[in-house]
Design a protein around this ligand. Structure first.
Ligand code: ARG
Ligand code: ZN
Length: 864
């Protein structure tokens, strides 16, 4: 059943206090919930009260202590309806749930030996009957009783106010959370856990007890997460003036988790993949991921928890804002240019395709069937870009004051995106009337740049248009900030950066007093999530690549230069012609970069990394994926051949490193090293295999070891298989490392990759019920192996389709995500497009969950 934003109605009854009593047995769990309920004076005048609930057994329901008779309520598959309850009363509901057999990983479930919960968006209604909507906010008291040996650690939101023995080897603990919260922020954990403890003292002098729980034996992998948490606390205090508001903050890392992490009040539950980070087992990228996700969840304590969403259409209210805060934090941790480049890449390579496909939706969606399908890069990252634009318009200090105003004005409330925008307007004085369209209209605006230079004056014309998206045929003009600077022939900046506001279909600006025709550097820092149609000639691109002071534009100029060659290559290949050789201009630009490298090594690596297959695909209406792969390989080989000595030198340079440290400089050096290995592998350079095999054995850190394995994985000969086998043996006890092993194989380019992945499905080291394993193997294949996934005999599509159907019966949320990989079929050339569509249709015949069905239906719907 589809829900519409326009149908919002306030809740008919409110629950001020919730008392939960969990009796955890060896199989089932009894939940007794006692609520103080009153009619909402602002709510509709309903007779009946509907409480959401599914997949559990109702034991009893009572009002003011009197057990209700059968005629006083109706209990169905998805709800308990109370007929004509009083105006104010105490409701007691007893249910029985079965965490042992809950493979959906929503509600209460078991991960290894840990019982844990995931309630966002609507998992709480798998625990008890409750109005499972974020605008019902309550104070919670939670009592947990469990076997003391199996579950020595008991946790829930807030402060632990009582513990004791419950007889017969059982014990109990009681928790009180003084802050009102919606039920999606409820959490409970019970298990036999190891803990890492620390503390943080806030500027106002309060000491917060910090605890990080994991299954025993993993404590040594948690130090970086703990350090990151403290960094995030310090940053939020210094930047936003926000201090943590309870005496303790706990994180629990579990191995089976559908996403990255969850910001439950004072009791975050995390995927181990976003907590564990030790040099031996995690790469630099993993270290950065852990740091950023830990910070993200911490930042939610204000932007999400203290002020939450009125309904799920407002999800970007908390996620867009929190991702933006996370992005600011990440940029402040060093290497700001490359950090921003990574953010831009995510938008261009993942969000733009989503926004151009059958699942395009506004940052504030208008309707959904299954909310879990809307935890998207559009809601999260495009949402963050909208916030970033507001920050740019207001200036950082004024923006932060605006966020503080918003938090103060709405503390303890469940509000809307509109409430946020109004608060920012009130505080900063900005007029965001037209800007609001960014929340309502889906699709990526195309911004055209035309220049006309005459006698010292440059006329710059910007245009915009936005393609139709499902349900939105015509788009009104967006308010688009475009930062522009001008450079002269020698690469000197002759006009300081200036933000042009394009808020009509077309507008013109004039820059005069110029000594010669300038080079335009546009959309500096990626000031708006738009596609820029701007085609400077090769000489101008080389100039920007060498001299632009904005790292994003420097990198983008390099990407554009590569893209020109790649697009020509794809066209030639599709037309059955030979792949063209890159121009001398391109080689010169690379040579210049290699001999004048930027101080930030990571920027050098980013600039020399070829556009991904996804990025190249963005240049075409109908992607010939095999031609894209061929053109990219060809360019990589040409560059590797020309600069063999330079890449050898960069490789040798790194050999003399000391012990691993995760910091900007060292991570930058490792990134350049990995890039060098990648180019050397492209031409199977002499000695490379031996060197990589050796490194896979001796490196003191996972970053270099993975660089070695990635270099080897597509090469012939024994070195590859030896290295992979040794790796599997050495890391057999580390599931997250084995995910890397699965991913490496899933991404290997070979004719039989579909068969390899199929065989791995039956490998003892794979586990179909664990999302991390599934993402590594099947996600790693569909995303990381375009040649295999799009194989001519459709074997890749069939593999994914079959597994989606199988997964749908266990974990619909994950099945839906995987099904999404088949939806962009229209973007592909024939015969791939039809074959992909057929696979999607097959999925549609085999799946039953709302989650996956919604994805399939969107994917099969007619184009807008
Ligand atoms: N709120 C969590 C976060 O962004 C993610 C929850 C995702 N939930 C879901 N059902 N997909 O930190
Ligand atoms: Zn979040």
């Amino acid at each position: 059943q589809r829900k519409y934003r326009a149908d919002y109605q306030p809740p008919a009854w409110l629950i001020d206090d919730v008392e939960l009593d969990f009796d955890i047995g060896s199989a089932q769990t009894h939940v007794r919930a006692t609520h103080s309920v009153r009619r909402n004076p602002e709510g509709p005048a309903a007779e009946d009260w509907r409480l959401d609930g599914r997949d559990m057994t109702l034991v009893s329901v009572a009002i003011d202590g009197r057990r209700l008779g059968e005629s006083e309520y109706t209990c169905g598959d998805s709800a308990l309806v109370l007929h004509g309850p009083p105006e104010a009363f105490t409701l007691t509901v007893e249910t029985r749930i079965d965490p042992e057999h809950n493979l959906s990983l929503e509600g209460l479930y078991r991960s290894g030996d840990i019982l844990c919960t995931q309630c966002e968006a609507t998992g709480f209604s798998r625990i008890t009957y409750f109005p499972d909507r974020p605008d019902v906010m309550s104070r919670y008291v939670t009592r947990i009783t469990a076997d003391a040996q199996a579950h020595p650690v008991l946790l829930s939101n807030g402060d632990c106010v009582e513990t004791g023995s419950a007889g017969a080897g059982r014990h109990y603990a009681v928790f009180e959370d003084p802050f009102v919260k919606p039920c999606y922020l409820f959490a409970l954990v019970a298990g036999d856990l190891g803990v890492l403890r620390d503390s943080h003292t806030t500027p106002s002098g309060r000491t917060i007890d910090l605890r990080l729980y994991t299954e025993h034996g993993n404590e040594d992998q948690c130090a970086h997460a703990m350090a990151s948490l403290k960094q995030a606390m310090v940053w939020d205090e210094a930047t936003y003036g926000l201090e943590y508001d309870l005496d303790s903050y706990a994180i629990v890392a579990v191995g089976s988790f559908n996403m990255g992490a969850m910001e439950n009040k004072s009791l975050n539950v995390f995927n181990t993949a976003c907590i564990f980070a030790a040099p031996e087992t995690a790469t630099d990228d993993d270290f950065a991921l852990v740091r950023d996700v830990v910070a993200h969840e911490y930042f939610h304590n204000y932007t999400g928890n203290r002020v939450t969403c009125r309904d799920w259409f407002q999800l970007s209210l908390k996620e867009g804002l929190t991702v933006h805060r996370e992005h600011q934090f990440a940029i402040d941790q060093g290497s700001p240019g490359v950090t921003r480049i990574e953010q831009v890449r995510a938008i261009r390579e993942v969000q733009f395709p989503e926004d151009a496909g059958p699942r395009a939706h506004p940052v504030r969606p208008e309707s959904y069937v299954e909310m879990n399908n809307f935890y998207t890069i559009t809601v999260y990252h495009k949402g963050a870009e909208l916030i970033r634009m507001m920050e740019a318009m207001a200036g950082r200090d004024a923006f932060i004051a605006g966020v503080r105003h918003y938090l103060a004005k709405h503390d303890g409330q469940a509000v809307t995106i509109e409430d946020f925008v109004v608060a920012i307007e009130e505080s900063t004085g900005l007029d965001l009337a037209q800007f609001r369209r960014w929340y309502a209209q889906a699709g990526t605006p195309r911004v055209g740049v035309q220049t006309d230079y005459r006698e010292g004056a440059l006329a710059l014309t910007l245009t915009q248009s936005t393609p139709a998206t499902p349900g939105q045929p015509d788009k009104a003009a967006f308010d688009i900030p475009v930062s522009v600077a001008l450079f002269d022939e020698a690469g000197r900046m002759v006009r300081e950066p200036e933000v042009l506001r394009l808020d009509t279909a077309q507008a013109e600006w004039c820059f005069d007093g110029l000594a010669g025709e300038p080079t335009v550097s546009a959309l500096r820092g990626f000031t708006a999530p738009v596609r820029l149609d701007h085609a400077p000639d090769d000489a101008a691109l080389a100039r920007l690549m060498a001299h632009d002071s904005d790292p994003v534009c420097r990198w983008d100029a390099a990407q554009s230069l590569f893209l020109k060659t790649l697009v020509a290559g794809v066209a030639a290949r599709s037309g059955g012609e030979a792949l063209p050789e890159p121009s001398e201009r391109l080689f010169e630009a690379i040579a210049h970069l290699l001999s004048n490298p930027p101080a930030d090594r990571a920027l050098l690596a980013a600039m020399l990394t070829l556009p991904s297959v996804a990025r190249i695909g963005e240049e075409f209406d109908a992607i010939d994926i095999h031609a894209v792969c061929a053109a990219r390989d060809h360019l990589k080989q040409a560059i590797a051949t020309r600069f063999l000595e330079e890449f050898e030198a960069l490789r040798a340079d790194h050999a003399a490193l000391q012990a691993y440290v995760f910091d900007v400089e060292e991570a930058g050096r490792r990134r350049v090293f990995r890039l060098a290995l990648d180019y050397l592998a492209a031409v199977d350079a002499p000695g490379l295999r031996e060197c990589a095999l050796e490194l896979s054995r001796t490196a003191d850190n996972m970053t270099d070891r993975m660089a070695a394995l990635e270099a080897l994985r597509d090469l012939p000969g024994e070195a590859r298989d030896t290295a992979l086998a040794e790796f599997a043996e050495r890391w057999a006890d580390y599931p997250l490392v084995m995910d890397k092993w699965l991913r490496l194989q899933a991404g290997t380019r070979r004719a039989d990759s579909v068969e390899q992945v199929t065989a791995l499905l039956d490998d003892a080291r794979f586990d179909f019920t664990n999302p991390n394993r599934v993402r590594a193997l099947l996600g790693g294949f569909a995303r990381g192996n375009p040649a295999g996934f799009h194989r001519a005999d459709s074997g890749g599509y069939t593999l994914i389709a079959d597994q989606v159907v199988r997964l749908d019966a266990l974990n619909p949320q994950l099945a839906a995500a995987l099904a999404g990989l088949l939806t962009p079929w229209r973007r592909h050339a024939e015969p791939e497009a039809s074959a992909m569509r057929a696979a999607l249709a097959r999925v549609g015949e085999g799946v039953h969950s709302d989650n996956t069905r919604e994805i399939v239906e969107a994917g099969l719907a007619e184009a807008p």
